[in-house]
Design a protein around this ligand. Structure first.
Ligand code: NAD
Length: 378
């Protein structure tokens, strides 16, 4: 089968769904690969580098979609892109079926098969290698610290120099899931003193293992809402949490917020009053900006200065490290393709008996198969 990789069309998107080193692996698995001319430019992968890896380079999305049996993408397809798809094709991309019912219908009308990489059952340990949410959140967490360091006027590490003693920067991370843990590791690596908080008590050990200190809210309530995700906390907990966060805001130089709750707006953790008490020159990076923001003053997509504090609300953090995020994404899709092609002959079998494949197959030959049935209780 021919795997086609179009250029991403979302404004500002720099990533690409496959990279030359992965093209070689797909070819070894029996596939042919075609890339739209310019698809890798923004991530620093030239057309020539894809050709050298064995891919064809095709001019224009229309011809690419026409030729492809499978399409690898990152961004949720636009109506124009859906219009280019043809019956029998297989699409692997971010889809977010719950948020995009119209898109699901349009794709089903094209009689295609769609594997939504966002719908992979993440708690299956054999699915980890295919988990693009994790790979992209890890890159974004790293980049959040780099953005903070860029906006911050001082070193992260403490130093004793002939020109005087420099104290280490203090960083507070709100939410220690995949992105938060990556941010902890990066900030510790740069030499900062790092503290973190999460509503799920189970992450405390992970925070410590990354070199951070876990700061507890003085209120007993378990925050797990199932599947490793958080739930909305009680008003009593939220009040106690705000008091603790207000104290952190006064003490630290940098706050990175990553808190999300599935299907809900991002919890508001940093109020305008807390921002006012931060030291001038402090930085907040709000990784929840796209989902409404953890900080009251965040403006999604922008970096703004309010009350002397730089508040970064970029919604494209993984794309800002496009070479890295594309390489990891491409590897996730390669691992998925291996699962689809156990025979290693360039032909796929979308096996609906396989729990991981069943979970992410949201449309099969034009029929909507999302949501999947609940996992069997054994
Ligand atoms: P996420 O992006 O949904 O949320 C980020 C973090 O914010 C979570 O840790 C969450 O608990 C926290 N949070 C939510 N509300 C909060 C609040 N009010 N205050 C403070 N923190 C709050 O989560 P994620 O990073 O996608 O990870 C979710 C879970 O999935 C984690 O347990 C992760 O380990 C798990 N996961 C498991 C696997 C696997 O088992 N193979 C793979 C990937 C992720």
């Amino acid at each position: 089968l021919l795997i086609g990789v179009p250029r991403e069309t979302l404004a500002g998107e720099k990533r690409v769904a496959t990279v030359p080193e992965v093209v070689e692996k797909l070819i070894k698995l029996g596939f042919s690969v075609a890339v739209e001319s310019g698809a890798g430019d923004a991530a620093n992968f030239s057309d020539d580098s894809y050709r050298a890896a064995g891919a064809q380079v095709i001019e224009g999305a229309a011809r690419l979609y026409e030729a492809a049996d499978m399409v690898f993408k990152i961004g949720v397809p636009t109506p124009e892109e859906v219009g280019l798809m043809h019956a029998g094709q297989t699409l692997i991309s971010f889809i977010w079926p719950a948020q995009n019912p119209d898109l699901m219908k349009q794709l089903a009308d094209r009689k295609v098969t769609v594997l939504a990489i966002d719908s992979l059952p993440r708690t299956l340990s054999r699915a980890q290698k295919m988990d693009a949410l994790t790979s992209q959140a890890g890159v974004a967490g790293y980049r959040a610290v780099i953005e903070a360091a860029n906006a911050f006027g001082r070193f992260f590490a403490g130093q004793i120099t002939a020109a005087g003693k420099v104290p280490p920067a203090k960083v507070f991370i709100a939410g220690a899931g995949v992105a938060g843990l990556a941010a902890i590791g990066t900030a510790v690596g740069l030499g900062a003193i790092v503290r973190a908080n999460d509503t799920r008590a189970e992450v405390a050990d992970q925070v410590v293992s990354m070199g951070g200190e876990f700061v507890k809210v003085d209120y007993e309530e378990e925050g797990s809402g199932g599947g490793g995700y958080a739930k909305v906390m009680s008003e009593g907990f939220q009040q106690a949490q705000r008091e603790m966060y207000a104290k952190q805001a006064r003490e630290v130089d940098i706050i990175i917020t990553t808190a999300l709750i599935p299907g809900k707006p991002a919890p508001r953790l940093i109020t305008a009053d807390m921002v006012k008490t931060m030291k001038p020159g402090s930085v907040i990076v709000d990784m929840a900006a796209e989902r409404g923001g953890n900080c009251e003053l965040t403006e999604p997509g922008k970096a703004v200065v309010k009350h002397g504090v730089t508040i970064v609300g970029y919604t494209d953090l993984a794309s800002r490290l496009a070479k890295q995020s594309s390489t990891l994404y491409a590897t996730n899709l390669f691992r998925l393709t291996e699962e689809l092609c156990k025979t290693k002959d360039g032909v796929i079998d979308v096996n609906m008996e396989d729990e991981a494949i069943r979970g992410l197959t949201v449309i099969k030959e034009g029929s909507i198969t999302w949501p999947p049935p609940p996992p069997k209780v054994t």
